[in-house]
Write a protein that binds this ligand. Structure first.
Ligand code: NIG
Ligand code: FE
Length: 403
């Protein structure tokens, strides 16, 4: 990816997330940021800009607020088809679990995805990623998991790699072969099949291994087996935990020292302590609770317990057909009750930590030059103006992304 040079100037309010500055967000007013070869080389008040950076090509923010590019650490956005019909059924009273047990849910997206060619998949995925990028996402994690056989999981991982090659966004690929148990297997037999046949083919194309560990899906023992096998193939562990029930996933994440445990709608105080002690990031997905009409996860309690919290879209056709991080920030504030400062930090630095990416999610020397320039004077507008695109321009590694 190109490594740009830019002087991002006239920033009315800059969110740095620099712990050496005041407050959680380390806000600087009337700021300038210099980016050379794609990386931040200087951050400060406009009047202190050293002469050596004054001649970089200028991107004038005209007094707007700037935040680090969003890091969306949990998405399933490579899929074919849509499930508007199921969404309608849920609104008329059927439950997600009932629809899943009747052959709908993940399985119906698997059928559509298996029938899609590599070029079909790329053609439907690119516009989703472009919409995310326009809304300020500069790094995205994308899971496989709608293939559930070697051929289609590999095709999905190929699509994910093609997105990384085609668009100016950094993509982190995750292997989620254990998304649900496909017909013809029981859970143990399918994990056997994944570990012996599918993982060896898929692991070269992924950075992480994920499992949907929950009631009616994979048990803690099955998830442990999958994640340990993933580790033997060089994949870091992350998991869908405690989404549908108190199913032990959060404790497993802590036991394995997983980089993240995601969803966490059904956790208790013991789970929170275990996550904090393990240094596992809690990735919360407020778009799921919103779309499923369920209570939001206990975000403030996780924060207060000292757990690192990230926010992500969980973009998927079943439980959260939501692509943009500003909308997720708005939900985290208005529905989950996070302060705007916690929400913005979790959508930027929290997401970076959930992916093990130290060089982003903050704006300080050495970080990637990834920024969202807002259409507004303050980061508060991300939650305050949720229905109009709050991000005006996006800068990736020092280059303006074409609108
Ligand atoms: O994160 N929890 C598992 N996977 C997705 C749902 C996938 C689907 O319904 O297609 C999630 O919510
Ligand atoms: Fe998910």
């Amino acid at each position: 990816m190109a490594e740009g040079n830019a002087l991002v100037s006239n920033i009315g309010q800059l969110v740095t997330n620099d712990p050496a500055r005041d407050g959680l967000l380390g806000v600087i007013t009337d700021a300038t940021v210099a980016v050379s070869d794609g990386h931040v080389v200087w951050v400060g008040s406009q009047e202190d800009l050293p002469g050596e950076w004054a001649f970089l090509p200028e991107i004038d923010c005209r007094g707007a607020a700037v935040v680090p590019g969003f890091v969306d650490a949990h998405t399933h956005l490579a899929f074919a088809g849509d499930r508007a019909d199921e969404f309608g059924r849920r609104l008329r009273g059927e439950s997600y679990e009932e629809i899943m047990a009747a052959g709908g849910g993940i399985q119906s997206t698997v059928s559509a995805t298996r029938a899609a060619s590599a070029s079909d998949l790329l053609a439907v995925t690119i516009p989703r990623v472009k919409r995310m990028m326009r809304a300020g996402t500069t790094t995205v994690e994308i899971k496989s998991g709608y293939g559930l056989n070697a051929e289609t999981e590999l095709r999905l991982l190929g699509t994910i790699a093609a997105i990384d090659d085609t668009l100016p966004i950094d993509v982190v690929p995750t292997f989620l072969g254990a998304h649900t148990v496909p017909p013809g297997f029981d859970g143990d037999a399918y994990i056997d099949h994944l570990v012996t046949e599918v993982l060896p083919l898929c692991s070269p194309h992924a950075a992480f291994c994920d499992v949907f560990c929950d009631e009616g899906v994979f048990t803690v023992d099955q998830a442990r087996r999958m994640l340990l096998a993933g580790r033997e193939h060089g994949l870091g562990a992350r998991l869908h935990a405690n989404q549908l029930a108190a199913s032990g996933g959060a404790q497993l994440a802590a036991e394995l020292g997983a980089i993240s445990a995601d969803h966490l709608d059904h956790i208790d105080d013991t789970d929170m302590v275990a996550l904090r002690e393990a240094g596992t990031v809690a990735v919360l997905l407020p778009g799921v609770s919103f779309s499923m009409q369920l209570p939001q996860a206990r975000g403030n309690e996780l924060w207060d317990a000292g757990v690192t919290v990230a926010l992500a879209t969980d973009c998927n056709p079943g439980t959260s057909n939501i692509e943009t991080m500003p909308f997720v920030i708005a939900l985290a504030c208005v529905e989950m009750g996070l302060s705007p400062e916690r929400a913005v930090w979790s959508a930027t630095r929290g997401g970076a930590l959930a992916l093990g990416l130290e060089d982003r999610g903050h704006i300080l020397p050495g970080a990637l030059g990834d920024f969202a320039v807002l259409a507004h004077p303050s980061y508060l507008h991300l939650a305050y103006r949720p229905d109009a695109p709050p991000v005006e321009r996006v800068i990736k590694r020092g280059d303006l992304i074409p609108g």
